[in-house]
Design a protein around this ligand. Structure first.
Ligand code: PLP
Length: 274
């Protein structure tokens, strides 16, 4: 019998090294049983050491990709990753209204601003668009602590400040906020806080000692998006995503001479012999 799986859309940049960006999103969707569609926002020239070039896709082409996918294929959930510029953010925000992202379709906004090496993936003037245009449309936003500092100017050093950040970010308009604690390096656990404006749920996983965490944020947001596309409620989707990414970090592998990616292979059976 032919079965069409649930469908998710990622609005994201390409990573030529294959560790993060739309490549991480698509393989996460696959490993989570979801068909992945893509609206490409930018092509990055990237390996395990650095991002050395970015070519942006015209904002109208980003919007056209979203419209083409939603109008014909239909999607159960969407996520945004690298949005590159203020123009692309405005185009994506307009599409939220046009096709119902964040209303009829859950929208996960991963506010990607820079690579783990500190290379910018968003122009400085675009941060305000993330805060004031895109966040009010988001079903969930998933900032790490570097992104929290950029977005609201709070330098989170403790669990208590993570709570403060969740409240301040929720005031910007998203339905749910997930403040990720992975960057609190002295904490033996990685605790992420999910907040809906009234209740906080903590999601905890042991900290894994690995330098290879490239694509971790994308993978978490993509796994959550997969679960939403399959009809899960938000706390269930975040629990699913946290488990998925914790296993992916535990199985991360070296690649190239720099930082390797988190791995989807823990979810896949060993490859058949060639
Ligand atoms: N490159 C692209 C295209 C991305 O979308 C992202 C994150 O979303 C990154 C690089 C950065 O990934 P990391 O911070 O894990 O290095």
């Amino acid at each position: 019998m032919t079965v069409t799986p649930p469908v998710a859309l990622t609005v994201a940049g390409s990573d030529s090294g294959g560790g993060a960006g739309l490549q991480a999103d698509l393989r996460t969707f696959t490993a989570c049983g979801v068909h992945g569609c893509v609206a490409v926002t930018a092509v990055t020239v990237q390996n395990s050491r650095a991002v050395t070039g970015i070519v942006e896709i015209p904002p109208s082409t980003v919007a056209d990709q979203i419209r083409a996918v939603v109008s014909d294929i239909g999607i159960g959930a969407a996520k945004t990753g690298m949005l590159a510029s203020a123009g692309i953010i405005s185009a994506v925000t307009k599409m939220c209204d046009e096709v119902g992202l964040g209303t009829s379709v859950p929208l996960v906004v991963d506010p990607v601003a820079a690579s783990m090496h500190g290379d910018p993936l968003l122009t400085a003037d675009a941060l305000d668009g993330v805060r004031s245009e895109l966040f009010p449309h988001a079903t969930l936003v998933t900032p790490n602590l570097d992104e929290v500092r950029l977005l609201i100017g709070l330098d989170v050093q403790s669990r208590a400040q993570q709570y403060d950040a969740a409240r301040a970010l929720h005031a910007l308009g998203p339905q749910w906020v997930l403040v990720k604690g992975g960057h609190l390096h002295d904490d033996p656990e990685c605790v992420d806080l999910l907040y809906d404006g009234s209740d906080v749920i903590e999601f905890t996983a042991p900290r894994v000692a690995t330098p290879h965490t490239h694509g971790g944020g994308d993978t978490l947001a993509a796994a959550i998006t997969s679960a939403l596309a399959r009809g899960a409620d938000m706390p269930t989707a975040v629990r699913y995503g946290k488990h998925y990414v914790s296993q992916a970090v535990a199985h991360a592998y070296p690649l190239g001479t720099g930082v390797g990616p988190v791995s989807p292979f823990w979810r896949l059976r060993p490859a058949d012999p060639c």
